[in-house]
Write a protein that binds this ligand. Sequence first.
Ligand code: NAP
Length: 460
Amino acid sequence: MPTVQEIQKEHLNNAAQYVNDVFEKVKLRNQGESEFHQAVKEVFDSLIPILAQDPKYIQQNILERLVEPERVISFRVPWVDDKGIVQVNRGFRVQYNSAIGPYKGGLRFHPSVNASIIKFLGFEQIFKNSLTGQPIGGGKGGADFDPKGKSDQEIMRFCQSFMTELAKYIDPDTDVPAGDIGVGAREIGYLFGQYKRIRGGYPAGVLTGKGLGYGGSLARTEATGYGTVYFVQEMLKDKGDSFEGKKVIISGSGNVSIYAIEKAQELGATVVACSDSNGYIYDERGINLATVKQIKEIDRKRISEYLTYHPEAEYHEGCSNIWLIPCDIALPCATQNEIDETSAKLLVANGVKAIGEGANMPSTLEAMDIFLANGVLFGPAKAANAGGVAVSALEMSQNSMRLSWTFEEVDAKLHEIMKNIYRSSVAAAEQYGKSGNLVVGSNIAGFKKVADAMIAHGVI
Ligand code: NAP
């Protein structure tokens, strides 16, 4: 008779073998898509304990079903620039999984956008959206369009052309996009205008992140950055610690970064550095946020301009060097794979206590392992940056009810959702024998609800 331990070990081996087999198929079917492989590997490896405990997931071949998007749409986006020259970009929408609700996830406009990037983001979005506790499925989209240096008219023409095609596939009950890198309130405004013109009526619920005057939600702009800080606050609180008096580095200077800086400062931290894709600024007295907002939200200029207002600060070329600065808390809020193994080792050597991923997949798998192995509190992206999509879902609710909640009401709901995400990630990690590992905890907690719904719906 095998012992209980032997049986458990056999189940774990079977689960690991299953994960490995499906992952090999994923690599074969999606060749050259390295970011997508990375995101899948992280999730698959953390699911081994739950797959080992509950045989139905393997029997139902849930991973192979989950990793294949329900639909991938790729389309031509032709537009005319200010010189009258015809330009062509490639647009995408991945409608990944609708087991628990309509597809939901942002649009990214950045020259690096390709199928791999959109699929990694869409895949992660499934688990993130499930973690929020709201009824939203996973999706993502975008284009390899570079908004930098484009005139307002060019941005508008691009958005109109993009939406002319995308409008065929989305509506408030099917798929509800929002912003992401390169897509803020201005772009959402143009996209919404074109959708409304094509479809008619007033389909407010088709996009989130809208302006406050036409169906947007208060606190949506702040949600991702504030949410990331709320999540890290919970991790610190469990250790009897807080943001008060901490030295913080926040990469990027876009939507997520700006509001992470705002909340961290409000909680008593000194944010000493932020960046853009060219370089970073270091201001040891603490970043002046009003200046960063002026440069990035209003003037749409480079972060190096900060020195024009504060000549005593420093500017350094090369955004990845921001992690050279010693800090207590690091919040990567710019883009994927911005913290590699070397940067992670540096952060640990310099005594970092907590990491909160405001961006999607900002740490490489190797970097993540280094943080976990060294006891750094680690808030993974799916959990730590879920505040944005959570408030997007609250925007959908307000649009359906045709009312608007106050800033304080939305912020309080956001805060509660972030606490719940933290608690459910901690609980899942504990339940599956990986206490304290929030990567495993958040992946399992997000997975379970979606996988159970898929099984309930039958093989579809
Ligand atoms: P954003 O407003 O466009 O800002 C992006 C920031 O990151 C900018 O400072 C940008 O610098 C920098 N950046 C972009 N690509 C980079 C690259 N390849 N290398 C170095 N720096 C780069 O975008 P965001 O909405 O803040 O999004 C930032 C991250 O948060 C992304 O990973 C996004 O997926 C994630 N996220 C966003 C939301 C949301 O609600 N917006 C929600 C969840 C997760 P430049 O100005 O030089 O390009």
